[in-house]
Design a binder for this molecule. Structure first.
Ligand SMILES: [Zn+2]
Length: 362
């Protein structure tokens, strides 16, 4: 769960916060409130990974003033493992794998946590508290749990008056859920209707602790960060359509100059399989293509082939328009025991390529 300053906290969270503050009031330092920059993102195009590193500082909320009670290293590594094992499940942002790294250390008090780490008070009291992250939305827009806008990012705050607090012992999945808030995600459950998701929300780890980290969550984390332009991830291109012909094409390896499209033309008495292979210079966006087709006609077969000029141009909507110039193709028709050569023009044609998603380019 999260508790936010920008909207009323749940009654339970408010009660817990009051109880906690009453119990440890003397231990809270009078330092100021700020949003630490504890989460960083790194894109590796060659490996197709996005690594998110979160720096966490754990301290013991149950420590009485003057006592020495550091958070045991074993607790920190247990919580770190719980988070990393749940989050590193191969979830994808388009074709890139999200990798989560937790860099955690023990600090003596909340005030010792730095500007670049998220402070978390571990509670060692006899009654297990409910975990919560004190977060606030980065922007002032009305909260939208389905939005991937950076404005909707939840940011864990360093706040002496309302600290992020987790139980020292709880389900591994609870830590992984709370960590989702630190990465910027909202809860997907409806606080006014326990057990029900918010409208449009998925059944995932942000809905319930039995849920999993999903591609949707990974994508929301990365897009909300505002640090990575997901449209610019190098996932290749995909084209598919049905007009006079049904075609499909993939271009998954950005370093490869070859683009291929397979097409089928099916009409009464005619069935043709076509293959376009374009070789395009990535700098000039120009190249050549070859065309081959094999078809069946009544009582025979025919083959055709030809070459032409091709250009590509990126469109404002993020698609790529591939234009193939008019060419003459030479063909051979074999039917009824005779063979005949033909030459026929192929009209100019164009294919629209879209940025590939995981399904097209794994
Ligand atoms: Zn939550």
């Amino acid at each position: 769960m999260t508790a936010r300053r920008s909207r009323p906290r749940s009654i339970l969270a408010s009660v817990l916060a009051v109880v906690l503050l009453a119990g440890v009031a003397g231990a809270v330092s009078a330092d100021s409130t700020f949003v630490p920059s504890g989460v960083t993102f790194k894109v590796d195009d060659a490996a197709r990974t996005i690594t998110v590193t979160a720096k966490l500082a754990f301290y013991n909320r149950s420590c009485t003033p003057g006592a020495s009670c550091a958070v045991p290293a074993a607790d920190i590594s247990r919580i770190t493992r719980a988070i990393e094992s749940m989050w590193n499940n191969g979830s994808k942002v388009r074709c890139y794998t999200l990798i989560v790294k937790v860099e955690a250390r023990a600090v003596a008090s909340q005030a010792e946590a730095g500007q670049t780490e998220v402070d978390i008070g571990l509670d060692y009291g006899p009654i297990t508290i409910r975990a919560f992250v004190h977060g606030q939305h980065a922007g002032s827009a009305p909260p939208d749990h389905l939005s991937n806008s950076p404005e909707q990012r939840v940011e864990a705050a360093h706040d002496p008056a309302a600290p992020t607090t987790w139980p020292s012992q709880t389900y591994d999945r609870t830590y992984a859920h709370e960590f989702g808030h630190i990465l910027g995600l909202d809860d997907n459950y409806d606080t006014s209707r326990p057990g029900f998701p918010l409208p449009g929300a998925s059944d995932d780890l942000m809905f319930r602790k039995q849920g999993e980290v999903t591609n949707e969550m990974a994508t929301r984390v990365v897009e909300r960060s505002g640090k990575v332009d997901v449209k610019k991830l190098k996932c290749g291109w995909f084209t598919e359509g049905t007009q006079e012909k049904k075609w499909v094409g993939k271009h998954c390896d950005e370093a490869d100059a070859d683009w291929t499209i397979n097409a089928e033309v099916s009409t009464a008495g005619l069935r043709t399989t076509e293959l376009y292979t374009a070789v395009i210079d990535p700098k000039t966006h120009k190249g050549t293509y070859s065309y081959e087709s094999i078809g069946e006609i009544a009582g025979g077969t025919y083959t055709q082939n030809g070459k032409g000029v091709v250009t590509t141009a990126e469109q404002s909507d993020g698609t790529l328009l591939m234009s193939l110039s008019e060419i003459l193709v030479r063909g051979v028709i074999t039917a009824g025991g005779t063979t005949q050569s033909v030459t026929a023009p192929i009209p100019a044609t164009a294919f629209t390529w879209k940025p590939a998603a995981t399904a097209e380019c794994p």
